[in-house]
Ligand binder design. Structure first.
Ligand code: C2E
Ligand code: MG
Ligand code: MG
Length: 243
């Protein structure tokens, strides 16, 4: 019903580069319920997945992201938009065709977008998934592995697929730099990523100390409440981002 009644909205959260300026905006889905107010995706995404309606939601999100990317580009903001996809999306044989079709319909260059997928999308990684990822990549859509390190067999996937980058899960960032285990893990992930030529985004950066540690250790892209909260598109262009 939320889809029919047009109650979904996209919020955007910045990923900043080394100069502190936004490079990528991650599209994060929100449900503005007439009775419950603004509902978190943690609550309703599982429902969309159980009912299979996530497929329709993903197409809606991707299309909105295409339009927003063009709008920002026309306003002089060279921000890419990152779109999250569900594991269920990757079980559809026509995922690549669908996304390529939407890009064409909206007239959006693939370079204005990127895709985030979690390791669970790759659990049943067969030829179909391989083929889908290859086609998306050939289209020019950068692929990022989200929540890196919390799934099942990340290194296998890095061996098998040509990802453009990884997003370090915020559970590793949370205790930087006090926790020596977090320090060791994050340094290890950054070294490995550098060797593989992968871009790294750290998510969940909430304070100056975490940001300083990550930058000192070579993490290029940072995302978290310290820099910007997820917010409506109009607010992104107004807010001056912190360096
Ligand atoms: P995610 O893709 O890992 O997104 C990051 C989540 O961390 C977002 O929660 C964001 O608000 C939150 N976050 C960002 N910075 C900080 C921080 O500094 N501290 C803390 N504590 N949290 C931070 P959100 O928006 O509630 O989204 C939760 C998850 O829902 C996302 O995790 C993603 O897996 C899923 N999701 C959101 N939008 C979509 C969508 O359009 N499609 C699909 N398939 N999944 C989506
Ligand atoms: Mg994400
Ligand atoms: Mg994540």
């Amino acid at each position: 019903q939320a889809l029919e009644r047009d109650e979904f909205e996209l919020f955007y959260q910045a990923q900043v580069g080394s100069a502190g300026r936004p490079q990528v905006m991650e599209a994060l889905l929100r449900w503005r319920s007439p009775t419950r107010g603004l509902v978190s995706p943690a609550v309703f995404i599982p429902v969309l997945e159980d009912t299979g309606m996530i497929l329709e939601a993903s197409r809606w999100v991707f299309r909105q992201a295409c339009r927003q990317a063009l709008a920002w580009s026309a306003q002089g903001f060279d921000w890419r938009i990152a779109v999250n996809l569900s594991p269920l999306d990757f079980r559809q044989p026509d995922l690549a065709d669908t996304l390529i079709g939407i890009l064409a319909e909206e007239g959006t260059p693939a370079a204005l977008l990127e895709l985030e997928l979690t390791e669970s999308a790759l659990l049943e990684a067969d030829d179909l998934v391989q083929d889908t990822l290859r086609r998306l990549k050939d289209t020019g859509l950068p692929l990022f592995l989200d929540d890196f390190g919390t799934g099942y067999a990340s290194l296998t996937y890095l061996q098998q697929f040509r990802f453009d980058g990884i997003k370090i899960d915020r559970q590793f960032v949370a205790e930087l730099p006090e926790n020596p285990r977090s320090v060791a893990l994050v340094r290890g992930i950054l070294t490995m990523a550098a060797q593989l030529g992968l871009e790294v985004v750290a998510e969940g950066v909430e304070n100056e100390r975490q940001a300083a540690f990550l930058r000192l250790n070579g993490c290029q892209r940072l995302q978290g409440f310290y820099f910007a909260r997820p917010q409506p598109a109009a607010d992104c262009t107004q807010q001056t981002q912190r360096a």
